[in-house]
Design a binder for this molecule. Structure first.
Ligand code: ZN
Length: 150
């Protein structure tokens, strides 16, 4: 289990990302570099393709939505980011590659990382021919409408 106490260093997160992109055989094009920078530059966080598109625009860059979707898919495939499918039409991407689960507040669209030690799982024994690749846990919450704000 990876310790989650390591401080987040945006510059090294970005350069590590670029190294991993190069190592995986994906060409680190200008657009991929810009997206990696935006994703990893602001600390551990969760971002949707739409938010990423807005942030690209804010930096006066032009990257199409299709390129953003493709790049997020590539980054996910090489394990650079994690895709959290919050519902069938919406994915949010997590740039924290330390082991953790997610808490999702559905009506606020908010995602919070939770340490794996906070959730006890009973994984059935795995046949010898298989290996555990990953466990995704999303704890889904909704605010109580009548008690939410006072
Ligand atoms: Zn996360």
């Amino acid at each position: 289990m990876v310790s989650s106490t390591t401080a987040y260093d945006p510059m090294s997160a970005y350069s590590t990302a670029i190294k991993r992109i190069e190592k995986s055989g994906i060409r680190p094009t200008k657009q991929r570099r810009i997206l990696a920078k935006i994703i990893f530059d602001k600390g551990k966080r969760h971002i949707s393709a739409e938010n990423l598109f807005d942030e690209v625009k804010k930096e006066d860059r032009k990257i199409s939505m299709a390129t953003i979707y493709n790049t997020l898919k590539q980054f996910t495939n090489i394990g650079l980011i994690r895709e959290i499918v919050v519902d069938q039409n919406k994915s949010i991407y997590c740039n924290n590659n330390q082991s953790h689960y997610h808490l999702y507040i559905e009506d606020e669209g908010k995602i919070v990382d939770i340490p794996t030690k906070n959730i006890d799982l009973n994984i059935p024994s795995i046949p010898a021919c298989l290996q555990l690749h990953n466990i995704d846990v999303i704890v889904r919450l909704r605010t109580l409408k009548d008690k939410a704000k006072s």
